[in-house]
Design a protein around this ligand. Sequence first.
Ligand SMILES: [Fe+2]
Length: 220
Amino acid sequence: MASTNPKPTKVTPITLPPLPWPEDALEPFISKNTIGFHYGKHHRTYVDKLNELIAGKPEAAMSLEDIVRKTVGKQTKVDILHNAQQTWNHTFYWNSMRPKGDPKPPREIAEKIQSSFGGYDAFKKKFAEAAVGQFGSGWAWLIAQGGKLKVVATPDGEDPLPTSATPLLTLDVWEHAYYLDYQNRRKDYVAAVIDNLLNWDFATQNLAHGNDKRERPPRR
Ligand SMILES: [Fe+2]
């Protein structure tokens, strides 16, 4: 007989996870000053605002991923959606980078990059074009979908979470991600991250676990 899934009885606020590395760890490519503002002010504000918006509402009992998926397309939930997306996207972004990132992906992803893009340089070019070419604020993503890897860009806070795609890596191209270090030279910021900071271990884990399995089970 199938067991019933107990519903979470305690509502815990969405939290701001700690950075996966010290604030100065990405220097000289992204300064401690940028990370300090970006994480400590921008990311924190999205988290705080989200908790404020969902207080006393059904979303307060949902995982962050579910809040994004279940508020997409609902006009009355737009503010919740935007802050939930930006909360999730930033955590994903921090993990998409690491100090002394791998110059090349491990074999499993390298093979998929080869078959999907024709080679690592072709992938880098496509990822950079998506990031640099995103008009205004947004994100560039490496995703897995239908057995292939793809590069997509999304405007504002949008992300691939509500789709069938599995996000593997992301790059924040809002001006707050680079303006203190690079001013209007988004292209230089994008190149610096792609050439020096990509966390291919994180991409590999995401590829292995897929989109749906990142959800945390309810705590008993
Ligand atoms: Fe950002």
